[in-house]
Design a protein around this ligand. Structure first.
Ligand code: PRP
Length: 216
């Protein structure tokens, strides 16, 4: 990888699995990637720079070309649909779903309040079903909203289901399955095609190997 590739990585939920996947691919990583609080880390010998961003901001860094490629959840791509980036690969990691949930005793009511970090996804989902809802945008701990009477339902990520269970909420409907994707800046995809292709090939090889390992 000699063209100098800048890779945006999402901090938080996806980070550990993303780093583990890159490591399995043999991508040279900065020694202090997991321990440091630095947000830009370079591996000069491999001409690689890693940019650690808030997950929902990864498409922005890639669209504006300050990162050539990025790893990001499909949930973020769906919510940030206006972002002009190429979606190159389904990496198959950090599998979860976007779901509607509520307290078990919820009842249909006119224009229920729906709390979510994903206002665009939630609006589109209920609009397509002809259901009028009031969307309340939150930035995290969305499961709190029905518990304290802020919302009737929530739209949020469900992974293990533990957060719902421990807060006495039930999953009502699945909106979309989510995995991590590799995205690329439109210009970098052409101008740094060798480095981007090499990264894709490494990732594809490992993903293929993993699929055959889990297949019966
Ligand atoms: C996500 C999501 C749920 C939780 C689901 O939150 O918003 O709260 O994980 O995971 P589980 O089904 O395995 O319990 P995250 O940790 O990203 O933080 P947030 O609540 O601040 O958004």
């Amino acid at each position: 990888m000699t063209e100098g590739l800048r890779v945006a990585l999402p901090k938080g939920r996806i980070f550990d699995e993303a780093v583990a996947l890159l490591r399995r691919c043999g991508v040279p990583l900065p020694a202090e990637l997991e321990a440091s609080r630095r947000l830009v880390l370079a591996v000069p010998d491999a001409a690689l720079t890693f940019i650690l961003a808030k997950p929902s901001d990864v498409p922005t860094y890639v669209e504006y070309g300050v990162a050539d490629v990025g790893l990001v959840g499909k949930d973020v791509l769906m919510e940030e649909e206006a972002r002009d980036v190429y979606e190159l690969l389904d990496l198959g990691i950090s599998r979860c779903r976007i779901a509607v949930a509520a307290k078990p005793d919820w009842r249909p009511c006119p224009a229920p309040r729906v709390a979510t970090k994903y206002p665009r996804i939630a609006s589109a989902y209920f609009r397509e079903r002809g259901q009028q809802v009031e969307i309340i945008k939150l930035n995290g701990s969305v499961e709190l909203a029905p518990l304290v009477g802020l919302a009737d339902r929530i739209v949020d990520i469900v992974s293990t289901g533990q957060t719902l269970r421990e807060n006495g909420l039930v999953e009502l409907e699945t909106i979309a399955e989510v995995t991590t994707r590799l995205i690329a800046n439109l210009v970098s995809y052409r101008m740094k095609s060798r480095a981007v292709d090499e990264l894709c090939a490494r990732l594809e090889a490992v993903i293929r190997r993993q699929r055959t390992e889990v297949a019966p």
